[in-house]
Design a protein around this ligand. Structure first.
Ligand SMILES: [Zn+2]
Length: 1020
């Protein structure tokens, strides 16, 4: 028996290493172009600064024939702006005057082109000193330009001593209602008092031009003197400290602010509101830090957490960059402002940061750890922008990742340094995995030339710019080493402060730091700038196909670009890839400094050991790529994961394996039977990262299997595999538990309740009943998400009414948002209609920024909600269109949950019947949603047998050969480069995926593949 086993595994080993051919790199059905991206999955992760998140926007068209960029023939030097905010009319307004000091940058300039839109302009005047220059001006709507032409002659030009002209314009407009430019908002301190008006701003990316005429592109930096005239009963805030307040007009006061640093227009902000503040002054009485919000929130102490942790984050970032925030400019202070209506979520205006109330206000009893960590990490993100974005600004929106990649990176690591909250662990499942997914759908590279119109600028606020940007920065940090990377960034900030930057600036400073520290010894072929360009100028990322010869230790690595939808694109791309790996003979998951950098399509690295032991690439998933192995090496990994070695493998690598195999199976690179065999280690797994990665994968798969017989079997499998981990986190918070234990329960318990685990259902029922008792017991804040939802599912209309009333009367916004997220869990159709009516009607109950959250809850709370919500939309189409701007988003929630061909056909027939009401563009979007539902059914049908195979037959068992004599050679970071190219590279040219039929390669592969297929049934 032992002899037989040895023989079989030797053959398997041979097959593994013999698979050094391209055919196993292609997808199972290479001829099939198959979409795997459906509407229930948001490729655009959680971009809380996404300016378009809340409704369909009517931005200017994306006309590629038009050059939307400002000419650089003039430049601004200094602005003086007066803004007058007037709430006394039935429609509140803003108006004022701007004087721009500007100069020509070359000879023969006869016009000045700046931005202005949706403004009434008066008294446009150009002066040189006290002399008025005769001009005419026109407004060009498509490009949102104000063009000022000299009637005769040209502007004086002197390079050595610029000739300064002053352009003065008076302007005015109603306060906007779409949360752009200067817009109006309102708040109440309690449900029974009247609403109070306020004005706030959102200028990024292209909305300063709605507030005043200006050079509204990031590279036109200047200084600003701002005066805000506001009603006497109000206060105002701006980026810099208040210099003085004067009385100039009856019932109004002028707040005159100190001059700003040299800055871009999109970073300006102002607020006029009857707000309260919590302030911190230095010993000289200068304002340093403050949190401002509606008085009802400040007086309840809800600003204390942001005040405390915000100061710590600012100090930590000051020390990390060796550039103190308060040294950026003598009149900068730090104001964190809570805004009731805020489409963008949060914004890094210099010195006046703005947030949705739920992202800033914290209540110790009522706010869950989930919202607490959101507050901490959004503060980190915006604070990091004070350096990456404000001090050094992306030169144009096509390199937005220079701002957002760093802000997202520090969102995790700055928070980790100050608050921990597991952020260094969470970066991988929350950022790397989401970035890999979005990046495998063939969208834009990080650096994306061709961005021009406001619509194309808006599209840059994407998961690629944020998540992938952060992931590539982290990969580079580990390539250079953390200290060297930090030094390079410090040099970059000093070198480019008060300027804009392009990627090459960053690369150059980092490379210099790397060379100075001797940290770039990756072989003579290695070029750091080429490395960075390969990841930023090319879209996508590779999967490494690793084939190990366990007898020689040779590991052959093939890199191929990974696509989540097979057949999407045949063109291969090579990346310059930092390599880390560790082996079962001497596991070391701590050293993340790469040992090699590979750039070719095929590379060979010697493992340094021989014998049958596992190898895992991409330690702690610091590299931005996926890894697939030959079958035999996967078997060795499975044995390790199912056995005692599991605890020696870093949880980030286990999470990587989980995420990789789910996506390999989805895209057709691996069978589901194989994927489940690998995932079976979850049955004994209790760590955070692999479970979070697993639940993401299972949720996607459960949505595919909804309506099929396999769903119940899959649900049972998940419950069985989760039994051990749920035994460690339980359903009741323990006094001594860590944040991560609590956070794991927060994520797992809702799924356990949805899968109807009795312990979860009972716990939820009892806790919701206790909350409604005569002597109520509040549900622990961290358990409310699943207790409320599951309690509603098991409850009646009275339970809904109780929580609906709680929503309407609660003073803590995080609790209100949570309630909106769960109210759709009711199974009572009347209650669900009450909820949906409240969303689409004009009232003061649910704010427009929260419409999509609430409606999504209504549709997805239960499987049967889909048709109830669809019926509601059919009955109330005009109201739905009015509330959301169009019916596309709410109808996309419906179409994503259509589970049968009949329901899809009925949906399409209805959409066609109301085509005129929907409008042409919306109708096309709605029909695309129906097609995605049909694609989903087709995809599911194609994998059902494969999935069934595992669900029926369960795990395969694997063994290893007897111990082979090992010759261990330690792999060290100093060992370079050790990469050899195969004697006969057998990958076809990069743009061909499969060899031509009958080619030598095909024949060879066919034979080995058949041979392995014959052996395969015995390898059990
Ligand atoms: Zn940001």
């Amino acid at each position: 028996m032992a002899t037989m086993k040895l023989l079989v595994l030797f053959l398997a080993c041979l097959c593994g290493s013999a698979f050094s051919s391209p055919t196993d790199l292609v997808y199972r059905n290479s001829t099939l172009v198959r979409n795997t991206i459906f509407a229930d999955e948001r490729l655009q992760g959680e971009i809380f600064e996404n300016i378009d998140a809340f409704r369909e926007l009517n931005l200017a068209s994306r006309n590629t024939q038009v050059d939307y960029r400002l000419p650089t023939t003039t430049r601004p030097i200094h602005y003086s702006v007066l803004w007058i905010i007037d709430f006394s009319r039935s429609e509140p307004t803003q108006s004022g005057t701007v004087s721009i000091q500007l100069a020509a940058t070359q000879q023969n300039v006869n016009e000045i082109v700046i931005h202005a839109d949706d403004l009434v302009l008066e008294n446009v005047q150009l002066a040189l000193g006290t002399t008025n220059i005769p001009i005419t001006h026109i407004l060009e709507k498509e490009r949102q330009f104000l063009i000022v032409r000299l009637n005769t002659g040209t502007l004086n030009f002197n390079q050595a001593s610029p000739v300064v002209y002053t352009l003065t314009v008076s302007f005015g407009a109603p306060l906007r209602t779409d949360m752009y430019g200067i817009y109006r908002s309102w708040f109440k301190n309690s449900p029974t008092v009247a609403a109070s008006w306020m004005a706030s701003t959102q200028f990024q990316a292209t909305s300063a031009r709605y507030a005043f005429p200006c050079y509204d592109e990031p590279s036109f930096k200047a200084t600003f003197d701002v005066t805000i005239r506001r009603p006497t009963a109000y206060r105002s805030w701006f980026c810099t400290r208040l210099r003085e307040t004067t009385n100039t007009v009856a019932n109004y006061q002028d707040d005159i602010y100190h001059t700003t640093p040299v800055m871009s227009t999109y970073l300006l902000a102002l607020i006029v509101a009857q707000y309260d503040s919590r302030e911190v002054f230095d010993q000289a009485g200068l304002l340093k830090f403050e949190v401002i919000a509606r008085p009802g929130a400040i007086q309840a102490g809800q600003g204390e957490y942001a005040l405390e942790v915000g100061q710590k984050l600012l100090a930590e970032m000051s020390s990390h960059t060796a550039y103190d925030f308060y040294d950026q400019h003598p009149q900068l202070k730090m104001t964190q402002a809570s805004i009731p209506d805020f489409g963008a979520g949060a914004m890094e205006n210099w010195g006046l940061l703005t947030y949705r109330e739920a992202y800033l206000m914290y209540d110790q009893q009522q706010t869950s750890s989930h919202f607490k960590q959101i507050i901490a990490y959004i503060l980190s993100h915006e604070i990091a922008h004070m350096w990456f974005g404000n001090l050094v600004t992306c030169d144009w929106w096509d390199v937005l990742w220079l701002n957002e990649g760093f802000a997202r990176y520090y969102q995790y690591f700055l928070t980790y340094w100050v608050e921990d909250m597991g952020f260094s662990t969470r970066f991988v499942p929350e950022q790397v995995h989401t970035a890999l997914l979005a990046d495998s759908a063939d969208i834009h590279p990080l650096t994306n030339p061709g961005v021009g119109s406001p619509a194309s600028v808006s599209a840059m606020f994407s998961t690629i710019s944020y998540n992938k940007g952060a992931a590539i920065i982290r990969m580079t940090e580990h390539l250079l080493g953390t200290d060297v990377h930090r030094q390079g960034l410090r040099d970059y900030l000093r070198g480019k402060h008060f300027q804009t930057a392009v990627p090459l600036d960053l690369f150059t400073y980092l490379e210099r730091a790397g060379n100075n520290a001797n940290a770039l010894n990756y072989g003579n072929d290695f070029n750091f700038v080429d490395y960075y360009r390969s990841w930023t100028e090319q879209a996508g990322h590779p999967v490494l196909n690793v084939h190990v010869n366990h007898r020689t230790g040779e590991m052959t690595i093939y890199q191929r670009r990974f696509f989540i939808s097979p057949g999407a694109n045949d063109v291969n791309t090579n990346y310059i890839i930092p390599i880390t790996f560790t082996t079962g003979s001497n596991p070391n998951f701590e050293n993340t400094k790469p040992t090699h950098v590979i750039s070719k399509a095929v590379s060979v690295i010697n493992r340094g050991t021989i014998g049958d032991h596992w190898v895992l690439f991409n330690i702690q998933q610091t590299g931005f790529y996926r890894v697939n192995y030959d079958d035999y090496t996967w078997n060795l990994i499975i044995i390790a994961l199912r056995g005692a070695d599991r605890t020696r493998i870093n949880q980030l690598n286990k999470a990587q394996i989980v995420n990789d195999v789910f996506q390999f199976a989805r895209s057709g690179l691996m069978s589901y039977n194989r994927a489940f065999n690998i995932l079976s280690f979850l049955e004994n797994e209790t760590e955070y990262a692999p479970w979070v990665a697993a639940m993401t994968g299972f949720t996607w798969l459960r949505n595919r299997l909804a309506g099929t017989p396999q769903l119940t079997q899959l649900n049972n499998l998940i419950v069985r595999w989760a039994t051990t981990v749920m035994g460690t986190v339980n359903y009741v918070p323990a006094a001594s538990e860590t944040f991560m234990q609590s956070y794991l329960r927060y994520q797992l318990a809702p799924i356990m309740c949805a899968l109807e685990v009795p312990a979860c259902l009972e716990s939820a029922r009892n806790q919701l009943a206790a909350l409604q008792a005569t002597q109520p017991t509040e549900v622990p804040a961290d358990s409310r998400n699943w207790v409320y939802c599951s309690g509603l599912r098991q409850g009646v209309a009275a339970d809904f009414n109780f929580l609906w009333n709680r929503f309407q009367t609660h003073n803590v916004y995080t609790e209100k948002i949570l309630l909106l997220q769960v109210l759709g869990c009711t199974r009572d159709a009347t209650s669900l209609n009450t909820f949906m009516n409240a969303i689409v009607q004009t009232n003061e109950l649910i704010r427009p920024q929260d419409y999509t959250t609430a409606f999504n809850s209504a549709v997805t709370g239960n499987e049967e909600n889909t048709q109830i919500a669809f019926q509601f939309i059919q009955n109330n189409l005009p109201q739905v269109i009015s509330a959301f701007g169009s019916a596309v988003t709410p109808l996309s929630y419906i179409s994503a949950r259509l589970r049968t061909a009949e329901s899809i056909a009925a949906f399409e027939a209805w959409a066609t019947s109301v085509q005129t009401t929907l409008g042409t563009a919306s109708y096309a979007s709605v029909m695309r949603g129906a097609q995605l539902a049909r694609d989903s059914l087709a995809w599911t049908a194609s994998v059902q047998d494969d999935i069934n195979n595992y669900l029926v037959n369960g795990d395969q068992q694997f063994g290893t050969t007897e111990a082979v004599t090992e010759a261990t050679t330690a792999v060290t970071t100093a060992q370079q480069p050790g990469i050899t190219q195969p004697a006969t590279p057998d990958l076809p040219s990069p743009d061909v995926t499969t060899p031509a039929p009958g080619s030598a390669v095909t024949t060879f592969v066919s034979i080995t593949a058949m041979f392995c297929a014959m052996v395969a049934p015995y390898i059990l």
